[in-house]
Design a protein around this ligand. Structure first.
Ligand SMILES: Nc1nc2c(ncn2[C@@H]2O[C@H](COP(=O)(O)OP(=O)(O)O)[C@@H](O)[C@H]2O)c(=O)[nH]1
Ligand SMILES: [Mg+2]
Ligand SMILES: [Zn+2]
Length: 364
């Protein structure tokens, strides 16, 4: 028993998978002393693929998950560390629980419920992927940035398929990103010419986990296949527009040769931003910086006299669309962050507004 606990500390093979003192400390409270730990590499309904110092093995969820009602976000997801009971005779390990999450990428579940859907856990860096050919969209980029930062992961922007556009179009897109006040590092690449692939490779650090997010067809799986050096993920043939259709059916964590871990994702069509308090600040640093000059400390930047943000909007120092997005995201996140009781109270007047905001979030 003691051995299992000590084997969780200073275990180089686990550490190679991202395990550290933080998880070890959480495991002492989140796991039974008899349990081993493993990292979730893939989930297929109630079947999981786990990886730990013994290698890759399959596991099932213990009864608790089937008989107690647990919310979707409490279920193990790719990237999670879990406690697992496994005797040598068993074909499957039995997952007993999820160890505390250091970071969590989530999106609002499809439909009206406020519950959120986990995309991946314990991700260090998020690659927000857009194709500069047809897919480039600043609004959507901002939403992904908020999601990444709210989840506690560091974002990178990846513009793909540079072989399909002229260099001046790409420069204009880069300029648009910067003028929106986004100062996140941007990598541009083509999987066809392999331009920019070396730069991407240099970003990937051993023991760190990178999650690729973005619409389907932008080239995520192609990039990962390129990094692995062979086709581990299915990609889709190009349609006449140059964009493929999604074929990734599940999220999967892959350990690269240099020790970095990557997680692919199916395309995300509908997605909202949850509890984006911290995230909003990072994506809208220009607006936040200005608000210190507003006359009122609790200025909402909507109708107050002496509002520095409204003034910047008038003089054109802040882009109107960027400002509208800020208001929309703020409204959404405030709504999701409030308690259930507050929500019911707010529902009446907020309901209609959220509905229209949600609708806007979907049409792009
Ligand atoms: N021209 C061009 N096509 C690409 C590039 N990267 C991927 N593709 C094509 O785009 C389609 C979708 O790629 P895929 O990796 O499946 O996208 P995913 O849905 O984001 O995983 C496939 O047909 C790829 O061959 C690129 O850099 N340039
Ligand atoms: Mg794919
Ligand atoms: Zn103001």
């Amino acid at each position: 028993m003691i051995d299992l606990i000590t084997s969780r500390m200073n275990n180089p093979k686990l550490e190679a998978l991202g395990w550290d003192d933080w998880f070890a400390a959480h495991a002492t409270t989140d796991c039974d002393a008899t349990a081993s730990v493993g990292r979730v590499a893939a989930v297929d309904r109630d079947l999981l693929l786990l990886i730990n110092e013994t290698g890759v093995f399959r596991a099932k969820l213990c009864g608790k998950y089937r008989y107690e009602s647990v919310s979707a976000s409490e279920l193990p997801c790719v990237g999670d560390w879990v406690c697992v009971e496994r005797s040598p005779a068993d074909q499957f390990g039995l997952v007993q629980g999820v160890i505390g999450r250091k970071t969590s990428l989530r999106r609002k579940a499809v439909g009206e419920s406020v519950d959120c859907q986990m995309i991946a856990a314990n991700v260090d860096f998020v690659f927000i992927v857009q194709s500069c050919h047809y897919d480039f969209n600043l609004k959507r980029l901002e939403r992904y940035l908020v999601m990444a930062m709210e989840g506690g992961a560091t974002p990178y922007i990846l513009l793909t398929k540079t072989d399909l556009i002229e260099p001046d179009v790409l420069s204009a897109q880069l300029a648009q990103i910067r003028s929106a006040g986004i100062d996140v590092p941007v990598l541009t690449l083509s999987s066809v010419t392999r331009d920019g692939i070396d730069e991407l490779q240099r970003v990937l650090l051993p023991k760190k986990t990178y999650c690729f997010v973005g619409s389907s067809g932008v080239g995520k799986s192609t990039i990962i296949n390129g990094l692995v050096g062979r086709a581990v993920l299915e990609t889709k043939g190009v349609s006449s527009t140059g964009e493929g259709r999604h074929t990734t059916v599940r999220r999967e964590l892959i350990v690269l040769e240099n020790g970095a871990m990557v997680i692919d994702n199916p395309g995300m069509r509908e997605f909202g931003v949850l509890g984006a308090g911290g995230g909003i600040e990072a994506s809208y640093s220009d607006i936040i910086a200005l608000s210190s000059q507003c006359h009122f400390r609790d200025c909402t930047h909507t109708n107050e006299p002496g509002c520095a943000v409204l003034k910047a909007l008038e003089t054109g120092n802040i882009n109107a669309e960027h400002y509208e997005n800020f208001l929309k995201l703020r409204a959404e996140s405030e709504y999701h962050e409030s308690s259930y009781a507050e929500k019911r109270k707010k529902d009446k007047d907020f309901g209609r507004y959220i509905k229209s905001a949600k609708k806007d979030l979907r049409d792009d």
